[in-house]
Design a protein around this ligand. Structure first.
Ligand code: AMP
Length: 209
């Protein structure tokens, strides 16, 4: 099964993708994570990726394609995968169509105010990479594995507003694109993690039957 998870920044795509990947034995491929890993590991891709991330601009397609190509050559994608953060533009959706048959596109929709609050009050674990609400942290440490946590450099109000604007302008056209293909399923992303995951499971269990 191959899935795309669409949704505005902060709608919980990363958290839900991890849970979906685990339950349905799929590889979780987050282009945002691939980019952040490239920055952390000083991988030379010919541009300053961090400069794009910090202002909320989309990284050029050539760079994304290169990182994606490397990731897709790994063993774990054989059983299918969930794409989190890709495609983000119609051009990327056309490119994806040329090499992948998608089973379902999940749209995780959430209100601006709700996700702004979520984004400005969340941290990431440096160990298990979980995204955590600050209220879950124990002395600023991850409640799951005990590692230190940090804030993403683009999780601030200014960058968020740019990321949201980019989403509205460039990514929302994908909603109609996939609706027309008959593979779009919408999920209300305004609730708690488990509540949202329950709704996703109903949809995906229907696809796998
Ligand atoms: P995310 O982790 O999905 O919120 O992505 C963080 C940032 O990575 C975005 O704001 C973009 O700057 C960049 N990014 C992630 N995915 C893509 C993509 N498919 N195309 C271009 N830039 C991307």
């Amino acid at each position: 099964m191959n899935i795309v998870l669409l949704g505005p920044p902060g709608s919980g795509k990363g958290t839900q993708s991890k849970k979906i990947a685990e339950r349905y034995n799929l590889a979780h491929i987050s282009t945002g994570d691939l980019l952040r890993d490239a920055v952390a590991n000083n991988i030379d891709v010919g541009i300053d990726i961090k400069a794009y991330l910090d202002v909320g601009k989309l990284v050029p397609d050539e760079v994304i394609s290169k990182l994606l190509q490397i990731r897709l050559s790994a063993e774990d994608v054989r059983n299918g995968y969930i794409l989190d953060g890709y495609p983000r533009t119609l051009a990327q959706a056309y490119l994806l169509e040329s090499f992948l048959r998608l089973d379902v596109v999940l749209l995780l929709d959430a209100d601006y105010k709700y996700i702004l609050n979520r984004i400005t009050t969340r941290s990431v674990c440096s160990g298990c990479k979980a995204t955590l609400s600050d209220s879950q942290l124990i002395n600023n440490l991850c409640p799951i594995c005990g590692s230190t946590t940090f804030k993403r450099s683009d999780d601030n109000e200014q960058t968020f507003s740019k990321r949201f604007q980019v989403y509205e302008e460039l990514t929302t056209p994908l909603i109609d694109f996939y609706k027309t293909k008959g593979i779009l399923k919408s999920v209300d992303g305004n609730g708690g993690v488990e509540e949202i995951f329950d709704k996703i499971k109903v949809i995906l269990d229907g696809v796998t039957k």
